[in-house]
Design a protein around this ligand. Structure first.
Ligand code: GLU
Length: 424
């Protein structure tokens, strides 16, 4: 398969993105020193008893990047290729993502290097609890609030919350978001990231005068973000013609029946083999071809560094909506910029998840729960005003949407950091 997953360069990309925006803002070295690097980095070894009685040691991380605007906030991913540098990059993006949507939180991220598909449910539960217990003093509703990310979802969040609440001997749902609604999770959190992606696409399509009805779409990745984004766009009348996950890529020019794909992946957990259930779908030789498909809208919703200088020239979409964090390298960004491709950057595009996480945290602290309609209205308001603020910034400073999003985020974080000042 073409395209390598290079975690070192995720951090390199993140730092280059920061430097570009910091240059436009003419930040001083002192300002940069306070907001660029992570504030706290933790690495732990996690011994877990496997079902056969053996013990395996996993490595886990939690990075708190910046807490000037509020407690650290960000997901925990379970993936075999997780590294400390990757988690640092992801925590950095969370700081600016929270600032772009203007929620009162800082940035954090966690990860465990593990392939969860190889674990039984009991093993996964022991690993999740051990991860949380090992770093329990870092976490808290006013300190650091984890959430789902790649390969983690409501069940893992439920175990995190239970571990913390048992330890403190109190019901403390606000320590983690993305929980099942039965345990204080917010309605609408499961689909929130994808709903935010769809809102951004709606706004961008309006700006670019792309008619969403019948627009051709390709989506890379069919996890939480990719699958619900596909469903949203399908419902909005767009034609999703190409889909992929890490097990395969499929195309169908007439437009793929997304609800049927979701039935299949719900039962099988991957796209592989779907052509037996949906014979109209044509398998691609290489799932990476999806990125170069002839479409108006491309949604990379998998992992980092998928669009690089090797394939950026071949992208045919006019609009790219970054469902994933960091899917485009800085070199590729430059190539796409030259070619006038409109990119909705990750720290804006996929911020719907953390926005509803914030609404979940507020509800937990009030002990009063809102209707789905209220959540959806608030999410729409948060995402639409963030999109418009970034677009305005981009027009005002004559920069692309990514730099504009960083300008907005960095200004907010710098202001908060300066108003707080340095302790001692
Ligand atoms: N993991 C998601 C992200 O990358 C959500 C984070 C959260 O809800 O805290 O934005």
């Amino acid at each position: 398969m073409r395209g390598t997953f290079d975690s070192t360069s995720a951090l390199g990309n993140a730092m280059r993105q920061f430097d570009r925006a910091a240059g436009v803002l003419k930040l001083t070295p002192n300002q940069i020193a306070v907001i660029k690097q992570p504030r706290r980095v933790t690495e732990v070894k996690l011994p877990v008893q496997m079902d056969d009685g053996s013990v395996e040691i996993f490595t886990g991380y939690r990075v708190q990047h910046n807490v000037a605007r509020g407690p650290a906030k960000g997901g925990v991913r379970f993936h075999p290729k997780v590294t400390l540098d990757e988690v640092k990059a992801l925590a950095f993006w969370m700081t600016y993502k929270c600032a772009v949507v203007n929620i009162p939180m800082g940035g954090g991220k966690g990860g465990v290097a593990v392939d969860p598909r190889k674990l039984s449910t009991a093993e996964l539960e022991r690993l999740s609890r051990r991860y949380f217990a090992e770093m329990i003093d870092l976490f808290g509703g006013d300190r650091d609030i984890p959430a789902p990310d790649v390969n983690t979802g409501p069940q893992v969040m439920g175990w995190f919350m239970d571990t913390y609440s048992m330890h403190r001997q109190e019901f403390l749902p606000e320590v983690v978001t993305g929980k099942p609604p039965e345990l204080g999770g917010s309605l609408g959190r499961e689909t929130a990231t994808a709903d935010g992606v769809a809102i951004c696409i709606r706004e961008a399509a309006r700006h670019l005068k792309i008619d969403l009805g019948g627009a051709r779409v390709a989506i890379q990745g069919f996890g939480n973000v990719g699958s619900y984004t596909a469903l949203n766009l399908y419902r909005d009348g767009a034609r999703v013609v190409a889909l992929s996950d890490d097990t395969g890529g499929y195309v169908y020019e007439e437009g793929i029946d997304i609800p049927r794909v979701m039935d299949y992946t719900r039962a099988n957990r991957k796209l592989q083999g779907i052509e037996t259930a949906m014979p109209e779908l044509i398998p691609l030789e290489d799932p990476m071809e999806i990125l170069e498909w002839d479409v108006e809208i491309l949604v990379p919703a998998a992992l980092e560094n998928m669009i690089t200088k090797e394939n950026a020239e071949k992208i045919r979409a006019r609009l790219i909506a970054e469902g994933a964090n960091g899917p485009i390298t800085t070199e590729a960004d430059d190539i796409l910029d030259e070619r006038d491709v409109f990119i909705i950057p990750d720290i804006l595009c996929n911020a719907g998840g953390v926005s509803v996480s914030y609404l979940e945290w507020v509800q937990n602290r009030m002990g009063y729960y809102w209707s789905l309609r209220r959540i959806q209205e608030d999410l729409d308001e948060i995402m639409t005003s963030a999109f418009r603020a970034v677009l305005h910034m981009s027009q005002q400073h004559h920069v692309n949407m990514r730099i504009a999003a960083f300008l907005l985020g960095i200004q907010r974080v710098t202001t908060a950091a300066e108003m707080r000042g340095l302790y001692a």
